[in-house]
Structure formats: structure tokens, C-alpha cells
Ligand binder design. Sequence first.
Ligand code: AFP
Length: 328
Amino acid sequence: MSVSLLDSYETVTLEDHTLEREAESGDPTGALSWVLSSLGVCARMISDTLRRARLEDVLGTAGQQNVQGEEQQKLDVIANDILVQRLRGRDGVVVLGSEEDETLLYADSTGLGQERFAVFFDPLDGSGNLDVAGGVGTIFSIYRVLDDPRDDYELRPGREQLAAGYFLYGSSTLLVLATEGDVSMFVLDPAVGTFTRVLTGIRIPSRGNVYSVNEANLATFPDGFKRYIGACRASGASARYAGAMVADVHRVLLKGGIFLYPPTAKAPSGKLRLMYECNPMAKVVKEAGGLAGTGHGEIMDVVPAELHQRVPVIIGSPENVRELLAGL
Ligand code: AFP
């Protein structure tokens, strides 16, 4: 009997996966795969920088605030520079929108096969966790650009996202990628340097017993949210809150439950940003069979008025989200 070792080497990388999906969708130009591969390189660079941050003394604040008046960490600035520099030079990427930059950035790119993209990102979500080695992530959202953007690109609702996802820099570095009809997960293999697919066709559990919310703000939540959280407590549900949307939504995606950031007295329109936090997370969760709303409709239906717009967020397993919405 001959022994074949080939099966153990049959891995699917991020690039294999995206090329496969592009071919299936009848668009085998490889243009999107080119952008995702570039994001993968950025994530490897960010991941490496994070793992060495304490050794290289790049923790702590950068001594400046971002456009939203939030204290920037040195690593927020580094992660943003990595993404902007690499993506700006990538064929096909013509518009960039970052949490750390005040306005949209435009790149002069022709595009592979004339495919052109706008990419939005939160370079380092949860950066308040950096000093304590907690989970942080990079969130991204990609749109196809149809018209010539030349300095007046019109922001589009999340429903038009072509692909979205996040890198989570936790005990391992992983990527969750949502494309039309699929959510897949990849783990960075540090020895080989590739994102290797470990799960595909991810489905969120229809219900979960975890709720994830900053309960310190409870007193100023609207009444419907207060009642829902009271019901969660009474039902024996567990609370989990990492303070990084990436880490909290990732738990909900795999184990079920609900993640919330309701309006508060401090942030009456919600705290989390539509274009590079809520829309991409909504796409991931919805493509996996979950729900994502603002309390007044679907997140991905919101027509954006500006790059840094904030919205309230209710996201997670369909039964949990429906229960909350029914009581609002
Ligand atoms: P930072 O990136 O400034 O740490 O903010 C993280 C975040 O945008 C999101 O990832 C968290 O879910 C949320 O803010 C935490 O906010 P609170 O500290 O108000 O709970």
C-alpha cells in the first residue's frame, strides 16, 4: 500500500480562497483578491509590531488626538500608516477612509481590469486594551467604485459592501472574511506566513446566552435596552465584555448571543462608527445568518452622511436580536 502525505499539505490560503470565490461569482479578474492579499500583508505587519510592542517601547499614547477627539495610541498611528501606505499603492484602490484620518484619501490608481475599490478601516479597534495585552483588531470594509471618484466619492450604505471583515490579534492572529453568501475564518500560520482557512460557511448560532455591553452605562440607556438587560440577568445569561468590538463580536459570531452599544447620555447617537466598525461587523454577522440593527432599522440600510458617523448597534444571534427589538 502506498502512503500519501499530500492530504496534510492541502491547505487553502486567503489568496486561494478569494480567487476561488471570485471565479464562482463569475468575476475571475483577481482584482478583489489583490486588495485582500494586501490587507493580509498589513495585518501580518501590524501583528508583528503588536507582539514586539513592549520590547520596542511603542506602547502608550502618541500625545495627540484623532479627528474625533480621542487620545491616539502610538500603535493606532503605526497601524494606520501601514494600511494607508500599502493600500494607497495597490492597483485598484482609489478611495481610503480611516478612523484615524479626518477626510477620505484618494489614490491615483488605474485598477486591474478597470476594477476600482474604496476601502474603509479602523486600523486598531480596541486600542485601549494595548497596554494590558488584551485583544485588539483591524476592521475593514470594501466597496466597488463605479464612477470616477476624483475628490467627491459618495459614501454608500453597508448593503453595497463587496467584502468586509476583521483581523483579530489575540492568542493567535486570525481573519474573518465575509463575501456574498459566505463567512470564512483564517488563522495566520506564523511559520509559513500565510492566512490559512480553518472554517468556511460559518453560521452564527440562532441563540446564545451571552450578552456583551458596557453595563456601566446602563443608567442612561433607553428603557427598552434596560428592560432587555434586566431580562438577560434574570434568565441567568452571562455577561462578557472585552472593550474591543472585534473581540466581543467574534465571540458572539462563534458562540451566539448579542453585542450592544446603545445610545447613552454621553453618546446619544451611539459611540461606534458606521463606516468602519458597524457596517463591516453587520455584514459578517448577517452573512452568517445573524441580525444587525440600530433599533430603528438595519445597520446596512443607513445612508451615511459622513465618514465618522456614529450609530447605535444591536448585533448577534437572530433570536436574541429579535427579542430585544420586540421590547424597544
Ligand atoms: P478604542 O479603540 O478607543 O479602544 O474603542 C474601542 C471601541 O470603539 C469598540 O471597539 C468597543 O466596543 C467600544 O469602543 C468600547 O467603548 P466603551 O469603553 O465605552 O465601552
